[in-house]
Design a protein around this ligand. Structure first.
Ligand SMILES: Cc1cc2nc3c(=O)[nH]c(=O)nc-3n(C[C@H](O)[C@H](O)[C@H](O)COP(=O)(O)O)c2cc1C
Length: 186
């Protein structure tokens, strides 16, 4: 398998974010051919179309850095039944100027995370709606809804075995998805 660079985008800025913890667990389960990195999105100012001709340096750096990714993985909580603004903003910043989207054609995946039993289903599917327009082909199965997340880590912060096994299954499927769908020459 050829090496692949995977950008990981976490929809929470919280220090103790469960979404970030799950993202890190997924990264541990990736094959050696995957070079995965969490992309920090908290410093991106809110997208404003007036700045397209003279973008803030943080937007430029974010867009430039994202060019190297062969695929993208989104791990997100749900805010008010939708995608947290910080993640939606990163999608918007990366999508413009029109015609220069960093996302176009890169295979992706969505993992939603919540302390609730509803598993952030709303955020997962709102995010998928944007991915359709951004032309990020997102893996369909297995769906990854990580619910009741507080109970999934033991007192030492170790992820329980059944969830580890599920994340491994997810990562194996994502690996095949990326290898099959990565843009040629990327
Ligand atoms: C503004 C806000 C809105 C929230 N809305 C939801 C929600 O709609 N559904 C849900 O399951 N949890 C909701 N929560 C609770 C989050 O799931 C919880 O804070 C979670 O730990 C955030 O993810 P993180 O641990 O990755 O930071 C909300 C939290 C905040 C701060």
């Amino acid at each position: 398998m050829e090496d692949k660079k995977i950008g990981v985008f976490v929809g929470s800025l919280r220090k103790e974010s469960y979404s970030r913890k799950i993202a890190k667990e997924l990264m541990k389960l990736a094959p050696l051919s995957f070079m995965m990195e969490i992309v920090e999105i908290g410093e991106l100012s809110i997208y404003n179309q007036d700045l397209d001709d003279n973008p803030p340096s943080a937007w430029k750096a974010f867009r430039e850095n994202a060019k190297k990714f062969d695929a993208v993985l989104f791990v997100t909580p749900e805010y008010n039944r939708s995608v947290p603004a910080v993640l939606k903003n990163a999608l918007d910043v990366g999508s413009r100027p029109y015609g220069y989207s960093i996302w176009d054609g890169k295979p992706g995946a969505v993992v939603s995370v919540s302390p609730s039993g509803l598993s952030a289903f709303g955020a997962n599917h709102h995010l998928r709606q944007s991915l359709v327009f951004l032309n990020i082909p997102a893996i369909q199965q297995p769906e990854a809804y990580i619910g009741n997340v507080e109970a999934l880590f033991d007192t030492k912060g170790i992820l329980i075995d059944s969830t580890c096994k599920f994340l491994k299954k997810f990562m194996d499927a994502f690996t095949i998805w990326v290898d099959t769908n990565a843009l040629k020459g990327s």
